[in-house]
Design a binder for this molecule. Structure first.
Ligand code: ADP
Length: 366
């Protein structure tokens, strides 16, 4: 039964079989019920006389007329039944196909909430389900596109209105034409430049188009390059930076420039979100398949409900504070894409607000 319900071929086969059976049954039923009446009617028309051969010819002729009549009635009945049955079956096949056709046209016109009704379990139902899934994916892609445009517009609005405000102040003479005023404009322009650069990187990363040049690299090199580059900034802020890498880590096959970029991002965040007097430690360890590089800080930490979102683009826990610090909320999104492009994982953990956070890069090693 399940086999029949799930396969259109079986259904069609059964419908044809039904039509044939209906034909035979109609023929038999009609012959059964119609023959006596027909023969009797035709017999009474026979000329009953001495001439036997004349009688026989008459009998044969009338009998064959009776059979013809029976067949005609049976054929008419079978045809009408077959037409009714096949119309019903064809409708059941055509209707969902037509519904999908109409829905696909509406989707093409931008109505992404369009869905078709799924009935049954056969191939058509499967097709309808796949169709609905495709419509759902399209709707999500469209939603992401709309969200991205909204986010980018929002990100551009703040620095642009700030620049506009300063320019108007300068024109009206409300703001003095002094280095501090120009410095404000320059800071906003730098922010815009960084945003544009990050967006370019993000779109390339999301499309998987960042070219990688993997080479055998010692994890210590990646960490040391990033640590050296940020050491001064850590010192300036008064945050202690400890590199606790063991010397015997296995070599990884990665693009050193891209992985250094990831480490810079993680260390930069750790510095940004750790108040003066805090500490940032870089650790590493290896197990059978992977090597793990962890950046642990004693900073502001992350609440459990924030953790799942921090890798989403433009997500910032505290929008005003992060924006003031120059963060666009894209850094971690790009970092995760870069690590995943190396078949690795980037994860975040925190015991809660003000409990510090740990970001761990896990990479496969040979
Ligand atoms: P941003 O450029 O704003 O730092 P990221 O994508 O790098 O953007 O980070 C996204 C958000 O994750 C940050 O705005 C911040 O709220 C949170 N975050 C990132 N790193 C840390 C950290 N080490 N400690 C606490 N919060 C962090």
């Amino acid at each position: 039964m399940k086999r029949i319900r799930q396969h259109l071929g079986w259904k069609l086969f059964l419908s044809y079989l039904t039509i044939i059976l209906v034909g035979i049954v109609s023929l038999a039923v009609t012959a059964e019920f119609h023959t006596p009446a027909a023969i009797e009617r035709h017999m009474t028309n026979m000329a009953m006389g001495d001439n036997m051969s004349g009688m026989m010819a008459d009998l044969t002729e009338n009998f064959s007329r009776a059979i013809n009549e029976i067949l005609l009635v049976a054929a008419a009945t079978a045809t009408v039944t077959a037409v009714l049955v096949s119309t019903f079956v064809t409708r059941r096949i055509i209707r969902p196909v037509q519904a999908m056709h109409a829905a696909s046209r509406r989707i093409a016109n931008g109505r992404y909430d369009e869905r078709v009704q799924v009935t049954g379990e056969d191939e058509l139902a499967e097709l309808a389900r796949a169709f609905n899934q495709m419509a759902h994916q399209l709707a999500q892609t469209e939603e992401r596109r709309r969200q991205l445009i909204g986010d980018v517009a929002h990100e551009l609005r703040t620095p642009l209105s700030s620049i506009k405000g300063v320019m108007e102040g300068l024109q009206d003479g409300l703001l003095p034409a002094e280095p501090a005023t120009f410095h404000n404009v320059q800071r906003e322009v730098s922010r815009l430049q960084r945003l544009v650069y990050d967006l370019e990187e993000l779109s390339k990363a999301e499309a998987g188009q960042i070219p990688l040049e993997p080479e055998a690299t010692h994890p210590a090199t990646l960490v040391q390059t990033a640590v050296d580059r940020l050491a001064l900034q850590f010192e300036d802020k008064g945050v202690q930076l400890q590199n606790e890498l063991p010397p015997d880590l296995p070599v990884v096959h990665v693009d050193p420039a891209r992985l250094t970029q990831v480490m810079l991002n993680l260390l930069g965040n750790a510095l940004q979100y750790t108040p003066a007097g805090g500490r940032v430690i870089v650790r590493a360890w290896a197990n059978d398949n992977e090597i793990h590089l962890a950046v642990q800080d004693t900073g502001i930490g992350l609440a459990a409900e924030q953790l799942p979102h921090i890798f989403e683009r433009f997500y910032r826990v505290d929008k005003s504070r992060s924006r003031a610090g120059g963060g666009s909320g894209i850094g971690l999104t790009i970092a995760r894409h870069l690590v995943e492009a190396h078949n690795g994982r980037l994860t975040a953990a925190s015991l809660g607000l003000n409990q510090g956070s740990t970001f761990t890069v896990s990479l496969p090693h040979s």
